[in-house]
Ligand binder design. Structure first.
Ligand code: ADP
Ligand code: MG
Ligand code: MG
Length: 257
């Protein structure tokens, strides 16, 4: 068995009293140590898939299974998912005036450490680790002292998110890079953050419309999602093909099948 196995996953949302089926049988497996990307037209269900994996309550799973490291992911509370090593990047990082960034990060890290049965880190030990990680990410030293995301530039928010991911030591990260306003620097920050974590005990699922992101972060596999399903999968060369030809051919092939 694999590290992450999604099979026949269907999910819907209650939109203004109307049940709306969004995921219509997603099949996807990610082996340990691999980075996979999902691309696809707008409205395909890419973000919905990441929310369902993260355990967001407004989505109802109506069929299918998700096995994560031998456990039924769908039965786990969001905190249990985090304890088991799942990390979901926030799409629009929240600003927290009056909350010190280092304290905020330490609280998040210690919550996960407690849940994993590890000792909590004291402020001094944590700061040492956080400063070293921040330096690796070329973050300005004062970013740990500032209020969470307050007045951070887009690139600084991205770096802070990647710092958080790094410090939480996930075994599986889901990054949904929905923001079409992400500039090339931000894409590079995300890609470098993921590349730095690459190891046999780290896998990631990167959702993006940005072919550029995949230039920096060469995924092991790319999946095309459309109309609530994975309709095509291939190697990293698929990114260039999609860039040249768009999704039309895959959509037509899926219709024909
Ligand atoms: P993608 O990330 O691929 O662009 P999404 O998962 O955001 O796609 O959305 C898939 C479909 O589900 C879209 O048609 C979208 O309008 C719909 N959808 C997603 N979330 C909601 C919601 N909260 N209420 C109503 N419709 C939604
Ligand atoms: Mg979208
Ligand atoms: Mg989306």
């Amino acid at each position: 068995t694999q590290f992450l196995d999604i099979s026949g996953l269907c999910a819907r949302i209650d939109a203004d009293g109307q049940e709306k089926e969004i995921l219509k049988g997603v099949d996807l497996s990610i082996p340990p140590g691999e980075v996979h990307a999902i691309m696809g037209p707008n409205g395909s269900g890419k973000s919905t898939l990441s929310y369902v994996l993260a355990g967001r309550e407004d989505y109802e799973v109506t069929a299918g299974t998700v096995n994560f490291q031998g456990k039924d992911l769908l039965e786990m509370e969001p905190e249990e998912r985090a304890a088991a090593g799942l990390f979901l990047a926030f799409q629009s990082p929240i600003e927290l005036p009056g909350v010190n960034n280092a304290n905020f990060l330490r609280t998040a890290v210690n919550a996960v450490r407690r849940a994993r049965g590890k000792d909590e880190l004291d402020a001094v030990t944590f700061l040492k680790t956080a400063r070293a990680a921040a330096k690796e990410l070329s973050m300005a030293p004062d970013m740990l002292k500032r209020n969470v995301n307050v007045g951070f530039s887009g690139g600084e928010k991205k770096r802070n998110e990647v710092l958080q991911m790094t410090l939480l030591e996930p075994s599986f990260a889901i990054l949904d890079e929905t923001d079409s306003g992400l500039d090339v620097d931000a894409l590079r920050i995300v890609a470098e953050g993921v590349n730095r974590l690459r190891s046999p005990s780290f896998s990631a699922l990167v959702i993006t419309h940005h072919q550029r992101l995949l230039d920096y972060l060469v995924p092991d596999r790319i999946h095309v999602m459309a109309k609530g399903r994975i309709i095509h999968s291939g190697g990293p060369e698929l990114a260039q093909q999609i860039d040249r030809e768009g999704y039309t051919r895959f959509l037509a092939e899926a219709e024909a099948a």
